[in-house]
Design a binder for this molecule. Structure first.
Ligand code: ZN
Ligand code: ZN
Length: 335
């Protein structure tokens, strides 16, 4: 597809972010704009400074937690709404609670911007919905064939085995997980394997509260802040955000192993470089086979990749006769 087509494209890359000229709105902009449609609450997609925020009804409490008092417009999944000359609707992305793909239709042409998404089972959010479209803007955070995810229920079982080994050695098991989505998913999956309450860093506890209020079932938890100063943490599983690693907060555990739950743990070098004792492969993004499968299922004849690893997916799609290119966006990695 010739790159000069941009003038007529339903969604274009502008300095502020992805922009829909017909609807005069942006999708997950990284600079202040009047109207933003937000796919989900992660920091690289939901930022402060927008005039108005369109989001899903289910995702609204997440944005309120992350962005505070703003002007919000909440929409049900699949319910079309009008933005200028565009008809817009939000569809489940399977990434985190309330996450959405953005479907934009103008004069019968349909574009879908995926936001972040995954196809794996996740008890904490609605499953990804395939939305047929002419052009699909896909994330490609893990867009390399090496990235293939194990079954998360099996990973949860490994986490419990690791915790029990730590117990035998008189150590706490500190598991770093992103505070929005990953932590709640791990807590939901753990419920099938153990009854022992999980201790939470404050940043994780805030997100768990939001999920609980939304009715998401998870294993029992207890904020570390509520434990006795002299508490013995041996054999306790503790969830903390990655930013807590190396902080003063960690010292209270004295003897502890540290693990990280992330798609990046698929590569051993990442675990060694970051000095984690254990890596658990849990990702809220599509792995390589699911990226390729999803692009095909949308029926799109044109694909635009965002987030990091776009070269391999563009090459693979071009070989399949699908026109593919990249947008250089400001979206981050996993969270
Ligand atoms: Zn992202
Ligand atoms: Zn995300």
């Amino acid at each position: 597809m010739p790159r000069g087509r941009a003038a007529g494209d339903l969604i274009q890359l502008r300095p502020e972010g992805l922009y829909c000229p017909a609807g005069d709105f942006h999708i997950d902009p990284w600079r202040p704009v009047p109207r933003a449609v937000i796919t989900h609450g992660h920091g690289d997609h939901a930022r402060t400074g927008m005039g108005a925020y369109h989001t899903t009804r289910i995702g609204l409490p997440i944005l309120e937690w992350r962005l505070g008092d703003q002007i919000y417009m909440a929409h049900e999944y699949g319910a079309p709404f009008r933005m200028g000359d565009a008809t817009v609707s939000l569809h489940p992305a399977g990434h985190v609670l309330g996450s959405a793909q953005v479907r934009v239709e103008v004069d019968g042409e349909v574009w879908v911007a995926s936001g972040d998404y995954k196809r794996q089972h996740d008890p904490t959010c609605d499953p990804f919905e395939v939305v047929r479209c002419d052009t699909f803007i896909t994330e490609a955070t893990f867009g390399l064939p090496i990235y293939r995810w194990p079954d998360t229920a099996e990973v949860a079982r490994e986490i419990v085995v690791w915790r029990d080994r730590c117990a035998e050695r008189g150590e706490a098991a500190i598991l770093y997980c992103y505070a929005l989505g990953k932590a709640q998913r791990v807590l939901a999956e753990l419920a099938a394997h153990t009854d022992a309450p999980v201790l939470l860093h404050g940043a994780v506890a805030n997100g768990v509260d939001v999920y609980r209020r939304a009715g998401v079932p998870m294993i029992d938890t207890l904020p570390v802040a509520d434990t006795d100063k002299a508490a013995d943490f041996a054999g306790k599983l503790v969830l903390a955000p990655p930013s807590a690693a190396g902080s003063a907060w960690i010292r209270r555990f004295r003897r502890a192993q540290q693990g990280f739950a992330s798609g990046w743990m698929r590569l051993r070098g990442n675990r060694r470089r970051r000095n984690y004792d254990r890596g658990f492969v849990v990702s809220d993004h599509a792995d390589w086979p699911d990226l390729m499968r999803t692009v095909r299922e949308t029926g799109a004849s044109r694909v635009i990749a965002t987030h990091g690893n776009t070269d391999a997916i563009i090459r693979a799609l071009n070989e399949d006769g699908i026109a593919a290119e990249a947008f250089r966006t400001d979206f981050g990695g996993e969270e």
